[in-house]
Design a protein. Sequence first.
Length: 189
Amino acid sequence: MPDFTLTSAPPLAGYKRSFGSVTLQAPNDLAIVSVAFPLGEEAAAEKAVKTAFGVALPDVGKSGTAKDASVRVARLGIDQAFVLFTHPTPDAEPYVAGKFKGKAYTTDQTDSWSSLELSGPDSRRVLERICPLDLHDSTFAINDVARTSMEHLGSIIVRSGPDTYLLLSASSSAKTFLHAVETSIANVL
């Protein structure tokens, strides 16, 4: 009997395409770990985030990065955050759990989300066609994060730079999400 080895791969792995003034790509080896903070233990969790990653726990709707930009902590709710970082092996959750030393609950979300990074001077114009949020600089600043929908798909958007956005959507609809962003690019450029 043949010996087979299955290797997990993100649904959009290797995707990178330039469209004039914007680039759309699937980040390589992006790990996503959900962190939930125990009720009544918020202060300990905040300290654990700072100790683990060198970044203060951001306010809800904000994200922060480690000084070396290797880790982003995106605060999605009062008691929930995502830890986003490059991690090539399928053991991201134990890595993060070990950093928290029991001060938070962790769940690996890497396989649940597909991710795209949209960058370039026309990125906001592209997103304005499919995202109902006000993405103007005065409203959605660098390091802001929000749950929203793009087209009909539930999404999370992080503004990671002046003209750069990290987009997350369910991995089960990754190709549909990619098509929606590509279509918006085609309509803008």
